[in-house]
Design a protein around this ligand. Structure first.
Ligand SMILES: Nc1ncnc2c1ncn2[C@@H]1O[C@H](COP(=O)(O)OP(=O)(O)OP(=O)(O)O)[C@@H](O)[C@H]1O
Ligand SMILES: [Mg+2]
Length: 415
């Protein structure tokens, strides 16, 4: 259809691969056309462990969604996470050389390129970089400064750095399925697209993605992500703890966690004395244990993750500057009492982030578990618009032109 564009996203999670396809439409906006989830063991915490299996799982997920939607594209936005990702804020400034002091697109490119790290440790590369803010003669602006008059142009950028081999292996798995990476998108940025309101961004807020293998903590300020940390612990750690602590299968551990697990419970609560059914490993019949056992096993892990979150937020140095609350997403954010538990210890309002801004969204996808996945569509739609406008200096937008210009940056293949 004329004036419509297909956006494809693949969220590479620790526990699953999720493929999402949507269409941007001049009248109807962005609509969902398909979503498919395939569990995978070939990728752990964002790193490919088994290339053949990863390619198969990606193919299965991608082909399924393309077939059912009847759409076709091989250009993909790839959502990534992982403990090897680190993020930093950078800044730079240049003098404007135009005789009348007019800022030109080249000045913007130059100041951005100066702000990016020139030398990275061996084995590291830039995965994602975005403009946070421009200053023109000391005056801050979150608009493109091209065409304005000034003497000195400054920029602040946020740069996500990742392991070259992690990215190369992911890219290899994707290329086996003949998929070309349009852009990599850091998980918190895509989740932020889906669940943060303009008010959250303006006030400044904390976004936490509780995934299967990781918990990502981000702070948004001035409209964009300014701090992030990946904690290499997630929902699977509860499953492993329950599996080992109780002597049950992984599946049974998951069932117990989802059915009876709570992030927090009053130690005097009578509920803890209830008996629940449990299937011990190697036994055919169900046995009974007190619910207290589940809580005793899960609680130290919840506390450990909370401590990491508090450390990350303290290290960010941003808490005093942000006025908004905490938004939680990811499959594990659905754990009961987690919202209340965080509210108690972080002393800020906490809400569960539900994805919005996409038409034809079925209720089953309107959950925090799909925030980062659906955010790929929103991110992709915005990104395509920026490319179409030929403007790479929007605040909060990935630095596309420079990624193209610098072969050593991410291989973004434009059509
Ligand atoms: N109702 C629930 N209560 C508790 N945990 C849940 C619930 N539903 C799903 N989970 C957990 O959510 C996790 C998966 O979340 P998600 O899909 O966000 O992970 P992922 O994207 O694959 O991982 P990551 O983001 O760490 O790479 C699993 O550990 C699963 O057990
Ligand atoms: Mg995830």
């Amino acid at each position: 259809m004329a004036n419509s564009r297909i956006i494809l996203g693949i969220d590479i999670g620790s526990t699953k691969i999720a493929t999402v396809v949507g269409e941007t439409h001049t009248t109807r906006g962005l609509v969902l056309r398909g979503l498919r989830v395939v569990p995978t063991e070939a990728i752990t915490r964002g790193t490919v462990r088994d290339l053949n299996q990863a390619a198969k799982d990606i193919d299965d997920c991608y082909s399924g969604v393309m077939y059912s939607s009847g759409l076709a594209t091989d250009q993909v936005y790839v959502g990534i996470t992982g403990r090897d990702l680190a993020s930093i804020n950078r800044s730079a400034a240049v003098e404007i050389t135009h005789p009348e002091g007019e800022v030109e697109a080249e000045d913007v490119d130059l100041v951005i390129s100066h702000s990016l790290p020139q030398q990275l440790p061996a084995g590291q590369q830039i995965v994602h970089s975005m403009v946070r803010e421009f200053t023109l003669d000391g005056i801050r602006t979150n608009r493109s400064p091209v065409g304005m008059i000034g003497q000195r142009l400054g920029v602040e950028t946020h740069v996500v750095i990742g392991s070259t081999s992690q990215i190369a292996n992911l890219e290899r798995a994707l290329s086996r399925v003949d998929l070309a990476v349009r852009s990599y998108v850091f998980n918190l940025i895509s989740a932020g697209e889906a669940v943060l309101s303009a008010e959250d961004r303006n006030a400044g807020c904390v976004l936490i993605d509780f995934g299967g293998g990781t918990t990502n903590v981000g702070v948004f300020h001035g409209g964009t992500l300014c701090f992030s940390r990946c904690i290499p612990l997630g929902g699977q750690n509860f499953d492993i703890d329950l599996k080992q602590g109780l002597g049950v299968s992984f599946e049974e551990a998951q069932r117990l966690k989802k059915s009876y697990g709570k992030a927090w419970i009053d130690p005097d609560n009578e509920e803890l004395e209830d008996f629940i059914d449990i299937k011990f490993y190697g036994r055919r019949e169900y046995d009974k244990i007190k619910r207290r056992r589940i809580f005793e096993i899960m609680q130290p892990r919840t506390e450990e993750i909370l401590e990491h979150i508090i450390d990350a937020l303290n290290d960010s140095g941003e808490l005093a500057r942000i006025a908004g609350g905490v938004i939680i997403v990811g499959g594990s954010s659905q754990m009961r009492q987690l919202r209340r538990y965080l509210q108690k210890y972080l002393q800020r309002p906490v809400r569960v982030g539900l994805p919005t801004g996409i038409g034809h969204l079925l209720d089953e996808y309107r959950t925090p578990a799909f925030a980062a996945t659906l955010g790929l569509l929103l991110y992709g739609a915005k990104h395509e618009q920026t490319i179409q406008n030929g403007d790479n200096s929007f605040v909060g937008e990935v630095i596309t032109a420079l990624q193209e210009m610098w072969g050593k940056l991410f291989p973004t293949r434009e059509k």
